[in-house]
Design a protein around this ligand. Sequence first.
Ligand SMILES: CCCCCCCCCCCCCC(=O)SCCNC(=O)CCNC(=O)[C@H](O)C(C)(C)COP(=O)(O)OP(=O)(O)OC[C@H]1O[C@@H](n2cnc3c(N)ncnc32)[C@H](O)[C@@H]1OP(=O)(O)O
Length: 248
Amino acid sequence: MAQSLGRLFTLLSFRKTHLSRQCVQVLSGTTLKRTLMMRAVPILSPKPRDFSLPNPSWGEEMMRLYNYYSSQSEVETEGEEEQGSQWTRLPSYNRSLKYAIGGVYLSKIIQSKARLFTRNIKHPGAGFEYVVFFTKDKQRCVCIFQAGHLLEGPPGHVHGGAIATIIDTVTGTHASLLCAPVVTANLNINYRSPIPLGSTVLIESTLDEQEGKKTFISCKITSTDGSKLHTEATALFVSVSVSHLLRG
Ligand SMILES: CCCCCCCCCCCCCC(=O)SCCNC(=O)CCNC(=O)[C@H](O)C(C)(C)COP(=O)(O)OP(=O)(O)OC[C@H]1O[C@@H](n2cnc3c(N)ncnc32)[C@H](O)[C@@H]1OP(=O)(O)O
């Protein structure tokens, strides 16, 4: 049985495989039975839904920028400098577990009702609509964010907590691309000007430094033409083991 579980979790490998080892430890009772039954289903898991693809709620500006960055990622370039400016779209799921191979199944085993905060409002356009692109060298990310009407704070404007959430998500995603798994250790935010509800803004995330377990990232939110600065932030992410994540 140990061998079967071993093979199963090799299939469910999550980047550095920390998760696989940890999951063996958390499985027990009915969960274990269900897991073993999963061996009967085809090895290739169904694809999870990608929430960073356009939906009918995306406004003109959101679509314009999405098309712009998508077209940049299709451009074939020569030479290192140009390659560095190429963008790749990152898929976005309603659970971080789904980034793992076989994560759809893991997602059904561990806290099955859990959902990523930014992807838990079912009505398209009501909450966080966003898509993240990153450069090949992973030094920069850009997020196009359309803030829905359920994110209101001051009348007609986005709640500061919702802004902190999307900053944590973008910088956290950026740090995860570099060295998953990580947790936010510190987040400093300066709110410079309110973000109108329903508007589309640009969130740019830059890697400042990596030092041992620590990844320092800075971030700014601007209007899409760059003329207005809405928010500036710096964040520190610390690499952790999967057991640290599951232990809480
Ligand atoms: C492809 C992948 C895509 C994935 C997409 C995912 C999408 C989702 C994205 C969503 C993203 C959402 C993400 C979320 O929301 S994560 C949820 C919010 N965050 C947490 O819950 C974290 C809770 N805190 C902890 O677990 C611990 O305190 C941590 C692990 C952070 C540190 O524990 P500990 O202290 O035992 O660790 P260490 O001793 O090894 O320290 C290591 C180094 O770090 C330095 N340090 C520590 N804390 C701080 C601090 N506050 N300021 C400055 N420095 C700090 C420390 O001095 C040391 O430095 P040095 O002495 O080595 O120089």
